[in-house]
Design a protein around this ligand. Sequence first.
Ligand code: AMP
Length: 206
Amino acid sequence: MLLGPPGAGKGTQAQVIAGRLGVPAISTGDIFRANVSGQTELGLKAKVYMDAGDLVPDEVTVAMVKDRLAEPDAKGGFLLDGFPRTIPQAEQLRASLQDLGHGLDRVLELVVEEEELVRRLSGRRMLVDGEWVQREDDRPETVRHRLKVYREQTEPLSGFYEAEGLLTRIDAIGAVDEVTERALRALGWPDGGGQPDATTGQPSAG
Ligand code: AMP
């Protein structure tokens, strides 16, 4: 699981790390955004909260993740990005994983100071249909609110997983591949990952 404030680089790292581990990256933010674009019932419900920089209610989010974790590609493991974001979500996750016969191996917290987060989020643009656009929730006033929400509702998860002996904090300042290397090392890939073996998903020798 990747934990960390908005702008810490969770989405980018989740894609790279999941690719190296050969497991799907499950991002609740991406699932919500896909539903908003598709104008589904879930998307319409989530959009109000997302645009305001607030968290989507736990019951909506937890049910969605539960369905996603039950899909066949998650059987061999997965990387969670942006979930859980509250203590109740973490407790529900624990119960869901127990039902599925899974357990969390490790929680990586990406650490970046707040000033840098504001700089990154305010300058961030996404490529949508060939055009660079700013996410609605990356506007400066919404960014400040999202960081407050993070401090109040999500940061306590750091202590929650530390108490379970699952947490490793990683300095997430630096080039993307440097941060990836720190993350992989924390996951016990001492050579920084190497090339995963196509059949085992483990790093090959050398
Ligand atoms: P992200 O892309 O992870 O920054 O998520 C974008 C937005 O989606 C957040 O600001 C929330 O409104 C919503 N969201 C994503 N994940 C969660 C979650 N685990 N719980 C509640 N809301 C979420």
